[in-house]
Design a protein around this ligand. Structure first.
Ligand code: S3P
Length: 475
């Protein structure tokens, strides 16, 4: 396998789009399949994790047509790669069929957890599995509430690890307080709730991403979102048996979690000035933006517009505020210039709102004046890798001063990084974070295992090169 080679780079400049949002794509594939009518999905990118969901939905009897129609725009106006449209022929709420084989979710936590919820509602048996790292990740958090709803779910380690065998059907709604703020768990329960008798109510301890709620509303499902219920955190309520009305077009915004890499790269590479266009800025996702502002970065979010189901153009809406009940997804351009950074503290809701961004946030923190604190973030230990151990361990190889804590890390800065051979632990976000660190290191950096980047950002190297980064695959 080739490695990713980086050299210290001059300023990053220009503008670029980023690939379509993966979280939203998974949901589009699943909800459009359950809808009545054909739904077009525009602007998705065939990242490995989304392909896993697509293949599983096909195995469940859903037919999907692909067409390559639009281009992703690169820096300086170049085009760096094709984007794709999908036409999903919805089968309706009760139209899925028993799969003939095990469903393979690759390394995708979102695929396996959302599908666990979907399959809990089906009157047949299915088996979900994935890569070895996925089979190590906790599934009890999703299996437990689904069992309470009436599904039979078997798995390794007493039903807590995949492969999961699911015998669904005959569900009843539940009133469930989630122990961790997780959009994957919330979404699994909501999907199961669509098939359940009566009402499903979910209380969440923190503001996890609300793409499922927004998209269900786009398909004309009534979902009630309340900010606070009886001191038990926000609540989402859904009545079972509702039909999903398809027939429109869903446009997938650029993935904020992919934009995070060029965003931080421009913040730390001297002289940089970059604009990222059409990025999803749902407030449940933009914790890193707030952290960069707190660090003193020269970053701006343009006025947001909201894309709605069936819109062929964009409807203007005010700058987004935290409102979990909004329809559609806000998008905006992000601009950033290099500037000195100061240390920040990440804890509480910011952890949930930046949950996927800590590998790249840690890279920014190595360049900030003072000690950056990340706490209340034990969830980072059960992501694609143990992101506290892997981020600290690999960045230390480059000279970063990072202390691990059980629920976070302390990052002392600013540090002059040095090029090194680093390993990405089969974690796409760690690979891209290390690549960005390589742009400001003295000497060359080699990222081993960087093919994992294809899990989420297939055009990463081209996008970064177009902005001026010295990055290439080894021979
Ligand atoms: C996701 C939710 C988050 C996030 C993951 C995608 C989703 O996971 O880390 O990359 O699409 O719902 P959790 O729900 O486990 O926090």
């Amino acid at each position: 396998m080739p490695n990713l080679i980086l050299h210290p780079s001059g300023p990053l400049r220009g503008h670029t789009a980023v690939p379509g949002d993966k979280s939203i794509t998974h949901r589009a594939l699943i909800l459009a399949a359950l809808a009545e009518g054909d739904t077009r999905v525009q602007g998705w990118v065939p990242a490995e994790v989304c392909l896993a969901t697509l293949r599983c939905m096909e195995a469940l009897g859903v037919s999907v047509e692909e067409s390559r129609s639009r281009k992703i725009e690169g820096g300086h106006g170049q085009e760096t790669g094709p984007s794709q449209d999908l036409l999903i022929h919805g089968v309706g709420l009760r139209g899925l069929r028993e799969p003939a084989d095990v469903l393979h979710c690759a390394g995708s936590g979102t695929t396996i957890r959302l599908l666990a919820g979907l399959l809990a509602g089906q009157p047949f048996t299915s088996v979900l599995t994935g890569t070895e790292p996925l089979r190590r990740r906790p599934m009890g958090r999703v299996a437990e509430p689904l069992r309470q709803m009436g599904a039979t779910i078997l798995g390794r380690d007493g039903g807590k690890l995949a492969p999961l065998t699911i015998r669904g059907g005959d569900l009843r709604g539940i009133n469930y307080a989630m122990p961790v703020a997780s959009a994957q768990v919330k979404s699994a329960i909501l999907l199961a709730g669509l098939f359940a008798e009566g009402e499903t109510i979910i209380h969440e301890p923190g503001p996890s991403r609300d793409h499922t709620e927004r998209m269900l509303a786009e398909f004309e499902v009534e979902v009630e979102v309340k900010a606070e219920v009886e001191g038990r955190g926000a609540a989402v309520r859904l009545a079972g048996g509702q039909r999903l009305i398809g027939g429109g077009t869903l446009t997938i915004p650029g993935d904020f979690s992919s934009a995070a890499f060029p965003l931080v790269a421009a913040a730390i590479v001297p002289g940089s000035d970059v604009r990222l266009t059409g990025v999803g800025v749902n407030p449940t996702r933009t914790g890193l933006y707030d952290l960069l502002v707190a660090m003193g970065a020269e970053v701006r979010m343009g006025d947001a517009e909201t894309r709605r189901h069936g819109d062929s153009h964009l409807a203007a809406s005010p700058r987004p505020r935290v409102s979990a009940s909004g329809h559609g997804e806000p998008i905006a351009d992000l601009t950033i210039r290099h500037s000195p950074l100061r240390a920040a503290e990440a804890c509480g809701d910011l952890i949930v709102r930046a949950i996927d961004e800590f590998p790249i946030f840690a890279v920014a923190a190595t360049q900030a004046e003072g000690t950056t604190v990340v706490r209340e973030a034990a969830e980072l230990r059960v992501k694609e890798s143990d992101r506290i151990a892997s981020v600290a361990g690999e960045l230390r190889k480059m000279g970063a001063q990072i202390e691990e804590r059980p629920d976070g890390m302390l990052i002392h800065g600013p540090t002059r990084l040095r090029g090194a051979i680093v390993e990405c632990h089969r974690d796409h976000r760690l690979a891209m974070a290390l690549a960005v660190a390589g742009l400001i290191a003295d000497g060359p950096t080699e990222v081993h295992g960087a093919e994992a980047i294809g899990d989420s950002f297939p055009g990463f190297v081209e996008t970064m090169r177009a902005l001026g980064a010295d990055v290439a695959w080894s021979e």
